[in-house]
Design a protein around this ligand. Structure first.
Ligand SMILES: [Zn+2]
Length: 175
């Protein structure tokens, strides 16, 4: 089965107005691409496509979670994976995927969202991937690699800067 088939929307047969599509984004989806940082993913992608004349106005929402190695102990850590993106596509003469507004030439009969969803998933990943509590980390690994916890008081006054409200750190992770 072609797991990317649901991501190719045959727009020509669509009536003007809104249409909803739902696709599963999982390990098989990411296996379809040669280079992926993600492999263990379970998410649902919803596309609301509004066909207005020769414009396809798409809102793409993804919600789910993924497993990535912890930066500290390399053990698996489950992180939320979510994004909402808007993609405007014009039906024209010459195909162009480079601009913010895509153009599909007259020889293109499907709107393929798979590559865009793949890239948005990677952009949505948090930069800091670390178990919330030290105790959750695999001690054998952290001992072996001699991990120094940056939040441990180092004896200098610099440590005070680490005393940031944890809610602020959570917000930074949302970027
Ligand atoms: Zn860890």
């Amino acid at each position: 089965m072609d797991v990317l088939a649901p991501f190719r929307i045959a727009f020509e047969g669509l009536k003007p107005g809104k249409h909803d599509f739902e696709m599963r984004v999982d390990a098989e989806f990411f296996d379809s691409f040669p280079l992926s940082e993600l492999s263990s993913v379970d998410a649902i992608c919803c596309v609301e496509l509004d066909k207005i004349g020769t414009t396809l106005d798409c809102v793409v929402k993804l919600s789910g979670h993924c497993d990535l190695p912890c930066d500290r102990c390399l053990g698996p850590i489950q992180l939320p994976l979510a994004f909402q993106e808007r993609l405007v596509v014009k039906l024209g003469e010459v195909t162009d995927f480079e601009s913010d507004v895509w153009t599909l030439g007259s020889d293109v009969h499907e709107l393929d969202l798979s590559q865009a969803v793949f890239e948005w998933c990677h952009l949505a990943l948090p930069n800091r991937r670390i178990h919330a509590a030290d105790a959750e980390c695999d001690e054998e690994v952290t001992d072996h690699i001699g991990w120094q916890d940056e939040n441990q008081p180092s004896g200098s006054s610099e440590g005070e800067n680490d005393d940031i409200d944890p809610r602020w750190n959570a917000l930074k992770d949302l970027k």
